[in-house]
Design a binder for this molecule. Structure first.
Ligand code: SAM
Length: 175
């Protein structure tokens, strides 16, 4: 079980980026996402629509307090990987983190509170330069799953893409 916690969502400013974080989480093998910050029902609905159309099992919900979700996850035996440019290098911790089978991957928006660094079992950097939570999450999940997440099938999809050398082929799936 791998889930993502997105901290500090701001409804107006982060709408696109948080949507991308959700899409990355789903497409790169996470089981669901919890979003901390401002309430944003449209965001959750848009993710649910993607799941209905493109298939797979993936949940998206909001939380009033991300730190509590972390504490609860840890009480239930889960581990926390917080992605931050200040963390340890992914290549130095990948082998150990891969052993964790109940993992919450935490990404921030603007400033992440010091408490999160202390609660994390792993503070992981995807390179020690600032970039984006969507990029950091994609690379983290790809290295965690070692590329296998891109080979899986999304069950009960309404449509599927037929890979093509040129052009777009989208086929409707039989229900
Ligand atoms: N000063 C912030 C920090 O602590 O990384 C940068 C904020 S950045 C705009 C938003 C989020 O992107 C961060 O909270 C972190 O989760 C992720 N992020 C950005 N660069 C990263 C990197 N090099 N490695 C891992 N995560 C990164």
């Amino acid at each position: 079980m791998v889930i993502v916690l997105r901290l500090g969502h701001r409804k107006i400013r982060d709408q696109r980026l948080t949507t991308h974080v959700c899409l990355v989480a789903r497409a790169f093998g996470a089981d669901g996402i919890i979003i901390d910050g401002e309430e944003d029902r449209r965001l959750i609905e848009s993710v649910q629509k993607v799941v209905q159309k493109w298939g797979g099992v993936f949940f998206a919900r909001q939380t009033p307090k991300g730190a509590r979700e972390i504490e609860k996850w840890k009480r239930e035996g889960g581990k926390i990987a917080h992605l931050t440019m200040y963390g340890e290098r992914m290549r130095d911790v990948a082998a150990v983190v891969r052993q964790e089978k109940k993992l919450m991957v935490v990404v921030g928006a603007e400033k992440v509170h010091g408490e999160i660094y202390r609660l994390a079992d792993y503070n992981v950097a995807i390179g020690n330069q600032p970039h984006s939570e969507a990029a950091a999450l994609a690379i983290f999940l790809d290295r965690y799953f070692e590329g296998e997440e891109l080979e899986g099938e999304f069950k009960e999809a309404r449509v599927r893409i037929k890979p093509n050398k040129c052009g777009k082929s989208v086929v409707k799936c039989e229900s």
